[in-house]
Ligand binder design. Sequence first.
Ligand code: SF4
Length: 382
Amino acid sequence: MTEKFIPLTDFRQFASSLAIPDQLQAPDGQLQDTLARPLHDLRISVTDRCNFRCVYCMPKAVFDKDYQYLPHQDLLSFEEIHRLASIFVAHGVNKIRLTGGEPLLRKNIEKLIALLAGLRTPDGKQLDLTLTTNGSLLARKAQSLKDAGLTRVSVSLDALNDNVFRHMNDVDFSVSEVLEGIAVAEKVGLGPVKVNMVVKAGVNDQEIVPMARYFQRNGQILRFIEYMDVGASNGWQMEEVIPSAEIIRRIQAAGMPLTPIEANYKSETAKRWRHTDGGAELGLISSVTQAFCSDCTRARLSTEGKLYTCLFATRGHDLRALLRASDQHSDLAITNVIAGIWRKRDDRYSELRSQQTGADSGTGKETGSTTRKKIEMSYIGG
Ligand code: SF4
């Protein structure tokens, strides 16, 4: 077997320094970037640790026993996260997703959820407060998450076949425990559970049809995600991507007719389909073959408080430095810094990648923007 060279940069060192503007303005919830995209979603990574070693996210070759995780004092505290989240909500964020790493590994995560559940949008509405988990601790924690105020949960599951799943998580974790977590989450009211499957050609694409069949029967919303070139550690190649159109074709060819349905809202990442003869819903997240940057309303806050305006960003903005500055910046001052960052945002990485890999489709070559240094998904959250 040939050895694969995995380039790894310590992306955590890259951050721009931020200055407080002279003229401060109160937020009006109407922030827009250079492409007229509002700020509606905030994904907050609460830990850079995970108990799985999925090959596309935290491969063992990189995240081994010597890997240096962030020390605890570098992580944003729950109070700091709450303070920043309330500022983002004032700018128009109405949906917060907790990610990681594996967010359920963060000690007392329920306390953070309870703090965030108390936030209200400027017009007094509750937030859509969700969490993405690998499901390993879900059966144990679902009730306390619900009690703390979590609205919904998404579970990553890449295969139903136990051997394939154990191979993909690379820590020998069984499918049955994740399925139990999904069942408990539904039972305590964290549904409808969304199940996210990253499809990688030659690794788990044979699981597309069994997954579609199983979750049609069980009523959860299964979402297929095209394998993406996030970070620098997964050695992504275009030929490993199964396009969403092919996924739909395979499901229909297996005797499960599908009908496209309307998006719930404009910036929804998944294209929705429904089983024609069974009611259950499916989603396709086609970041590679049908980029959706033009509707991207998401900001990401890393575990140590850096703000990223794109999943494929190379540089973050160090909000923690503002929170911990000795001259005690006011919420209004930090509000204006965040507004300034969003107003300058012009990210559209996936659209640019589509233009390039479209030309090179099938060659597996990485060109131009796909070779620049990017942050790891385990650090920024997916
Ligand atoms: S590539 Fe960046 S801008 Fe485009 S959809 Fe993804 S996160 Fe948003």
